[in-house]
Design a protein around this ligand. Sequence first.
Ligand code: AMP
Length: 283
Amino acid sequence: MIEINTIALLKNKVNEAIETGQTIGFVPTMGFLHEGHMTLVKHARAENDLVIMSVFVNPAQFGPNEDFDRYPRDIKRDSRLAKEAGVDVLFYPQVDEIYPQDGGITIQAGQQSNVLCGASRPGHFDGVLKIVTKLFHIVQPTRAYFGQKDAQQLAIIETLVNDYNFPLEIRRVETVREEDGLAKSSRNVFLSIREREEASVLQKAIKLGIEHYSNKRNANQAIAITKKLIEEKTSGKIDYVELLGYPSLTKPSTAEEDVILAVAVFFEKARLIDNIILTNKGE
Ligand code: AMP
């Protein structure tokens, strides 16, 4: 594995791959890698000749009172894990390399960003689209891999790629979980021992809600069931519990539409998100 931290050097590597007819699998991350990220790499490794991972904590997607400064970082550990997972190129740029100047042009997410995390984190998805657009142009991937854990992000990126004809394929990867069901996340390190124990309730509560919806098709009841369990069994404060059509992220209109039951919960030092997507074929 080689480590690259300038766009120019990465472009050389990318051009070489394209000239020799290699496919490029791309895994964008903010680092502090865990098994969720590794699973994206596994898929990228299986489907492409060259695997590029980026590690970049993107300031553009953090609000002023969010955790950009204290977001966990450990590039030495990330480098070792990426190598073990089969990454060929680790792109690890500094902020100035990615954002040297501001030309004033912005990319704005559409109506899919008015709900869920977009409603509680204004501008977050604009920042996500900004970095993703830049990285797609730099890396020129054949396929890019995103986790369903960040289902709203995935849906919005799919819209960008479809609507603006980005020449790549977006691949969805299922959420990787701890043994007790907690979705793996770089932010889990911020949980206290007690919160860590409580946090497994999130997935249980979503499961109960989605099972209810699957049987009764009553979104309000499903939401209420999920909320009740989280409120009873955790010390966290609910940011949202929502049930929406997926990937439209509008109120479910037909019984055939896939739906997402998504939650965000504030713990003392971490805001955790999780979801389950109920597809027509079952979960
Ligand atoms: P992050 O570093 O948190 O920005 O995540 C980078 C990528 O890994 C995103 O596409 C995430 O959706 C994905 N990801 C994060 N956690 C998980 C997980 N537990 N399972 C699967 N993918 C994940």
